[in-house]
Design a protein around this ligand. Structure first.
Ligand code: NDP
Length: 246
């Protein structure tokens, strides 16, 4: 397989780190963004010690200007971006009747506006070169909804509309656009959920366990493969069978 340049937003997080490692193991040059330089450099050193070189550029993905500057910085370091994984995300859970404007806006901006902000400066180069892989990391809750997550479910559902529209616009240009919808994966985001709530969630998952970050990363590597060129506008549910019988 040809070596490509891959940008994974939120690459320092639980799922992002696994995606970075998988794409590096597939022979790609990998990059991510950061907000806090100190934490980012420590993470970069840890990756290096594990044999993974990661290019890094500062950029908050909620800002169109910072996202574009981050993309240009990565391109200067590694070359044109050929694989983009829109993975950065947050939750600010509360029931809708208690939800403050900040809780709504922060989640929509980080999970959905970011997809515009980062994809926009990347897509023109992909169109010119007639090759690209774009993946959105959505969520099972963007498809089935979740108590206390009207903001998050709205943002993640928005990713699906974005994916299938962008897939249509670019299908003849060698660019595939897909969504992955993970179920509950054992990262800080999920481990922050109270234990009794987590136990109820696990009881509902047919496989009887949370997912591992690498099980999501495996699907990213699959969709970005040279041989996955006929998979576009798709969503992959990866959730231990949790999507069955909603
Ligand atoms: P983490 O909290 O571990 O990582 C999130 C990453 O996003 C961090 O690197 C964080 O960087 C980055 N990030 C957040 N906000 C911004 C911002 N404004 N600008 C730039 N970077 C930002 O989350 P996970 O690894 O668990 O989740 C990754 C993705 O998977 C998310 O989109 C999430 O919604 C989705 N997902 C996760 C599931 C799970 O069970 N964990 C289930 C379904 C979907 P920083 O260190 O600067 O905060």
């Amino acid at each position: 397989m040809q070596s490509r340049v891959a940008l994974v937003t939120g690459g320092t997080g639980g799922i992002g780190t696994s995606i970075i490692k998988r794409l590096a193991a597939a022979g790609h040059k990998v990059a991510t963004n950061y907000r806090d330089e100190g934490r980012a450099r420590a993470w970069q050193e840890k990756m290096k010690a594990e044999g993974v070189d990661v290019a890094m550029a500062q950029g908050d993905v909620t800002s169109p200007e910072q996202a574009e500057a981050m993309v240009r910085d990565i391109e200067r370091q590694l070359g044109p971006i050929e694989i983009l994984v829109n993975n950065a995300g947050i939750t600010r859970d509360t029931t809708f009747h208690r939800m403050k404007p900040d809780q709504w806006n922060d989640v929509i901006c980080t999970n959905l506006n970011s997809v515009y902000n980062v994809t926009r400066p990347v897509i023109e180069g992909m169109r010119e070169r007639k090759w690209g892989r774009i993946i959105q990391i959505s969520s099972i809750n963007g498809l089935k909804g979740q108590y206390g997550q009207a903001n998050y479910a709205a943002a993640k559902a928005g990713m699906h509309g974005f994916t299938i529209s962008l897939a249509r616009e670019n299908a003849r240009l060698g660019i595939t656009v897909n969504t992955i919808s993970p179920g509950y994966v054992a990262t800080d985001m999920v481990m922050a959920v109270p234990e009794e709530v987590r136990a109820k969630i696990v009881a509902d998952i047919p496989t009887g366990r949370l997912g591992e970050p690498d099980e999501i990363a495996y699907a990213v590597a699959f969709l970005t493969d040279d041989q996955a060129g006929w998979i576009t506008g798709s969503n992959l549910d990866i959730n231990g069978g949790h999507h069955m019988g909603w």
